[in-house]
Design a protein around this ligand. Structure first.
Ligand code: URP
Ligand code: ZN
Ligand code: ZN
Length: 486
């Protein structure tokens, strides 16, 4: 038998093992893993790592922010940057703003993504207005469309939901098999700090970090986990930026709750001192939760090593440093009206590989788990994506573990116009990326057109047999009067 393409003699890496093999690709799928596979199209991968392509599961692309601005990247530029960075699949957000229906929201994002992406894509649905219709009709309909993850905000005035609404969405998600994600920061604490900073005239970008205290994250993560436990629903805490928040995730899992965690490169590699720049330059580093400090970086790495985090995502939120983005409210605007977020979709994997695998902090299999396989499992894409197995989509990235490079805004291929990792030296870079068996990037060149990427309906969340946590008050096997009431 001959294959459409054979990737020859590479060191294949999955989340659980490494082995030298040829990969035979036919019809866009992995058709064989073995030795001496034949094809007219052979790529010599000896000395290289052959891994499932990255799945970027936290990116804001062609999205209106809470402040009304539009991200600098659309599905074409965002997916191209992702592909250059070794990704083969993206799951950005479709944001329901108040007053919008969920179906209307998904139709809007379909129109933005269709024909535009070079990589396969899905969306997480941001729910900011969980009306009765949304809960009973539109979320189940979204679920039938293959949108099996919902994101909630506990902060941002225009996006946040209250605790009862949070429980409503968790309950609907659990009933249908969706995974809820949460941006966990206490809105009241942020407002209180912000008011005091502004009253003292402290309005520059660097004060954004002070206005989002670590305790605001700790409190909100604790509350979110308690709510998930009450209804025994799975919950993923996104962009965890503090050791205290990570410890809450770790403890909840040890208690059996279906709690998952994500952190991002910016919390591992940058500190709030990066915001301490003249004029508005610090605005480039403004994100929420904000950058922290060096001890926090070390603690987050320890949590990666301990398995607290399932995924390391970029939280790519690109806004240009001009009036179309960060400076939309003027060159002296207070931090409260500067768009939050930073670009990073192209830098995520090179940074994680170089600083993680290259510096001996994680194994190459852990890199695959954190960058691809765990996202596929949590978001209903495994085994179609996220692993190297016969029958899976041939979404594969070949890495040269010795290749050196420097991160610059120009080589990120996105539209943000800057990189927060500018000048960072990395060792280990992707050289060839396949999406469904087609070369997307090869030796620095793009080989597919916008529209190659297709919408991916996703399967329901699979707890993998985990029983979950059962709040005694909701345990129907107990006799409440006899067992619990005093
Ligand atoms: O600052 C950030 N991360 N902006 C993007 C929106 C979000 O909260 O994830
Ligand atoms: Zn967020
Ligand atoms: Zn985000």
């Amino acid at each position: 038998m001959t294959f459409d393409t054979v990737i020859k003699d590479g060191t294949c890496v999955t989340a659980s093992e490494q082995f030298v093999a040829d990969i035979g690709i036919s019809g866009g799928k992995i058709a064989a893993l073995g030795k001496d596979l034949q094809s007219a199209d052979v790529i010599d991968a000896s000395g290289r790592l052959v891994m499932p392509g990255g799945i970027e599961a936290h990116a804001h692309i062609a999205q209106n922010s809470a402040t009304g601005g539009m991200t600098a990247d659309d599905y074409t530029s965002g997916s191209i940057s992702a592909a250059y960075g070794g990704n083969t699949c993206i799951i950005p957000f479709a944001a329901q703003h108040r007053g919008m229906g969920v179906t209307e929201t998904l139709d809007l994002y379909d129109s933005r993504a269709a024909g535009a992406s070079v990589l396969d894509y899905s969306y997480h649905l941001i729910v900011s207005d969980p009306t009765e219709k949304v809960l009973t009709e539109e979320l189940p309909a979204a679920f039938k469309r293959g949108i099996t993850s919902f994101k909630l905000f506990m902060t941002y005035d225009k996006m946040l939901v209250n605790d009862a609404q949070f429980l409503d969405v968790l309950s609907v998600a659990k009933e249908h098999g969706a995974l809820t994600m949460v941006h966990a920061e206490n809105a009241g604490m942020i407002k209180w700090m912000t008011d005091r900073l502004l009253a003292k005239g402290l309005k520059g970008p660097k004060y954004h970090a002070l206005s989002h205290p670590a305790l605001a994250e700790e409190e909100a993560i604790h509350r979110a986990i308690c709510m998930a436990k009450l209804v025994d629903a799975p919950l993923l805490i996104v962009h965890v930026s503090t050791p205290e928040g990570a410890a809450l995730v770790q403890n909840a899992r040890q208690a059996g709750a279906m709690i998952y965690g994500e952190t991002c490169p910016q919390y591992l590699f940058l500190t709030r001192e990066d915001m301490d720049k003249p004029d508005m330059q610090g605005a480039a580093f403004m994100c929420s939760p904000p950058l922290r400090d060096k001890p926090t970086q070390d603690a987050l790495w320890a949590h990666i090593q301990a398995g607290t985090f399932d995924v390391v995502s970029s939280d790519h939120s690109p806004y240009r440093m001009d009036e179309s983005g960060k400076l939309a409210n003027g060159p002296d605007a207070p931090f409260t009206v500067i768009a939050n977020g930073m670009p990073g979709i192209g830098a995520r994997l090179p940074m994680l590989f170089s600083e993680g695998v290259g510096k001996g902090r994680i194994t190459v299999s852990e890199f695959v788990a954190l960058s691809s396989t765990n996202a596929a499992r949590l978001y209903g894409l495994l085994p179609q994506k996220g692993t190297l197995t016969v029958g899976a989509d041939a979404d594969i990235t070949i890495w040269d573990p010795e290749k050196r490079g420097k991160i610059t805004a120009a080589n990120q291929q996105d539209n943000a116009g800057y990189s927060v990792f500018e000048g960072w030296e990395v060792t280990g870079l992707p050289v060839t990326t396949f999406s469904r068996g087609q070369r997307v990037i090869d030796e620095g060149a793009l080989h597919v057109s916008a529209g190659h990427g297709k919408f991916l309906p996703r399967a329901k969340f699979d707890a993998g047999g985990r029983r979950g946590y059962l709040a005694p008050e909701l345990d129907s096997t107990l006799n409440y009067d006899a067992d619990i009431a005093p």
